[in-house]
Design a protein around this ligand. Structure first.
Ligand SMILES: [Cu+2]
Length: 344
């Protein structure tokens, strides 16, 4: 349609060529139609609006939901805990042979009763485990390793920090740990891992479980042998991260949200080697939803956004400096995740 209109107006131009003023007006008309000049974005917006559903999403920042306030009170002192993590395995700068990487953590500090453990009846304390810049995995039972499975050959980063049942991270000193390690002969998403002489070490489709003897020793009260926690990882490698530079770690939101969890939705992150403007620092966290810039986080606390519509959304968190430029650090300081919101 639009193309035809353009051709028509070009035709009219040719006819009116002798009349300078008219043809000048005609050129302007063509320019407007083709979306030249300053109106380009408008033209795109108009075109999009006509095809997208009429439901519009208007997000507003709201305070911490009452349900979580209550949960915090019920947890008593635990909410003021200062959990400290230490990565026992893989050790920093180590090499790991094979595609399965055992993550072993030590939890100490002023715990005030904080203990990661999966409660089948409800939400539980857990650790967020992040390979490279992938979405985090939840790790509950620290008495056995968490298996990162099918890890690609090459260099990786591992980031861990303790989380509350509603996925808000603890932000005290020592809670966040990061190591890098290098996988030799590691996983490939398309084929099983083999040793140098061709023997299969691990299959990406079949992940090893804990050895019965070892598990029995650790879980003498359990009636059955639990499989180790773990996850087959996407094929990624480490970003070129400088551990001395400001580093934003995207934590939440991720995955699927439905029912009461879908509104409001929490944004939460970890920050090292820098502080935010509201706390005397140089940086801001900029958040962008579905490609539209929403606002800034200037104090290091979670925020809650209400007003989500059903469907897929993207959430981008960026660590920016005083010139509104993303602070480059291995690509981790600008992270976009897709979430899925299901509302009744
Ligand atoms: Cu979580």
């Amino acid at each position: 349609m639009r193309y035809q209109m353009k051709r028509e107006s070009f035709g009219r131009c040719r006819v009116a060529r002798t009349q300078f003023i008219r043809s000048f007006g005609c050129v302007l008309y063509v320019l407007l139609l083709s979306g030249c000049g300053t109106n380009n974005e408008n033209a795109n917006t108009t075109a999009t609006t006509t095809v997208s559903p009429p439901v519009t999403q208007e997000l507003t920042r709201v305070s911490r939901p009452q349900t979580i306030d209550q949960e915090m009170k019920q947890r008593g002192e635990q909410d003021q805990a200062k959990p400290v993590l230490r990565v026992i395995s893989p050790t920093n700068h180590s090499n790991v042979n094979g595609s399965t990487v055992d993550v072993k953590l030590d939890l100490s500090g002023d715990l005030k009763g904080y203990l990661p453990h999966k409660d089948p009846a409800g939400k539980s304390n857990h650790i967020h485990v992040i390979l490279d810049n992938q979405p985090y995995e939840a790790y509950y039972e620290l008495n056995q390793p968490f298996e990162l499975r099918n890890v690609t050959e090459g260099k990786h980063t591992l980031r861990v920090f303790p989380s509350r049942p509603w996925h808000e991270s603890y932000k005290n000193a020592g809670a966040f740990q990061m190591v890098d390690f290098t996988v030799k002969g590691g996983g490939d998403a398309s084929k099983p891992t083999t040793t140098k002489n061709g023997q299969m070490m691990a299959s990406p489709t079949k992940s090893p479980v804990a050895k019965p003897e070892a598990s029995k020793a650790m879980t003498t009260n359990a009636s059955s042998t639990p499989a180790r926690e773990g996850k087959a990882m996407a094929s990624t490698n480490a970003g070129d991260v400088d551990t001395t530079k400001p580093l934003l770690t995207y934590s939440r939101p991720k995955g699927n949200y439905s029912g009461a969890d879908a509104d409001p939705i929490m944004i939460d992150f970890w920050l090292v080697n820098g502080s935010l403007q509201g706390q005397g620092g140089d940086y801001r966290v900029r958040y962008t939803i579905d490609g539209a810039r929403q606002g800034f986080i200037d104090t290091w606390d979670p925020i809650w956004l209400a007003g989500w519509t059903s469907g897929k959304h993207t959430v981008k968190l960026e660590l920016i400096d005083k010139n509104s430029q993303v602070v480059e650090n291995g690509g981790y300081n600008s992270t976009t995740r897709e979430i899925n919101v299901v509302k009744p």
